[in-house]
Design a protein. Structure first.
Length: 192
């Protein structure tokens, strides 16, 4: 019990200032199996690993909502290069995919950023928004985010939403999630 209290106290800064960490370990390689992002305005950092195919995420809302999405990559110590990721926002019209936003990570000048609460470095890529905040309102409906790169391989973090909100359930899951999150900085993922 004492250990749980210590872990809880150490993780409080994450609950106040960060995105909710989420691990995408599902098979989200198609629109029909897209990872569902609930409460699209609540900030989440979704950690994923492409293994040959793009990942899809579904954001839906019955009312207008502030939309934010950005892509980052864990910055691994002593690893001079990294894979760049892009993402598209897709709206379905009957069975036709309509790309409404095309975010090109290859032409973007990525920059280093230190996240003081998680004590981790990231490569910051392009975003729909500004300075990690929404500046776009989407109409009601379902939207898909497709994350990809040239080889469809590597670790990425998709940030969505900009309202920092941690409920008791999220806090309770942090001790289970954080070790998995920390694995994204493992040197075995270094690009040579």
């Amino acid at each position: 019990m004492y250990l749980i209290k210590i872990i809880f106290i150490l993780l409080i800064p994450l609950t106040v200032f960060g995105h909710q960490p989420v691990i995408n370990d599902q098979n989200t390689n198609s629109l029909s199996s897209a990872y569902v992002i609930e409460k699209p305005e609540v900030s989440k950092a979704i950690y994923g690993n492409l293994q040959g195919e793009p990942h899809y995420y579904l954001i839906g809302s019955e009312k207008e909502f502030n939309f934010y999405a950005g892509i980052t990559v864990p910055k691994i110590d002593e690893c001079p290069t990294f894979r760049k990721f892009s993402f598209n926002v897709i709206k379905m019209n009957n069975s036709e995919e309509i790309i409404i936003e095309q975010i090109d990570g290859n032409s973007f000048e990525w920059w280093e950023w230190y996240e003081p609460y998680g004590k981790k470095w990231y490569w910051i890529g392009p975003e729909i928004g500004a300075e990690f905040k929404s500046n776009t309102i989407y109409e009601p409906g379902n939207y898909y985010i497709k994350v990809f790169n040239e080889s469809n391989t590597g670790n990425y973090v998709l940030a969505t939403g900009d309202i920092e909100k941690f409920g008791p359930l999220v806090i309770a899951k942090l001790p289970l999630i954080m070790p998995k999150v920390n694995e994204f900085w493992n040197k075995e993922f270094c690009v040579n």
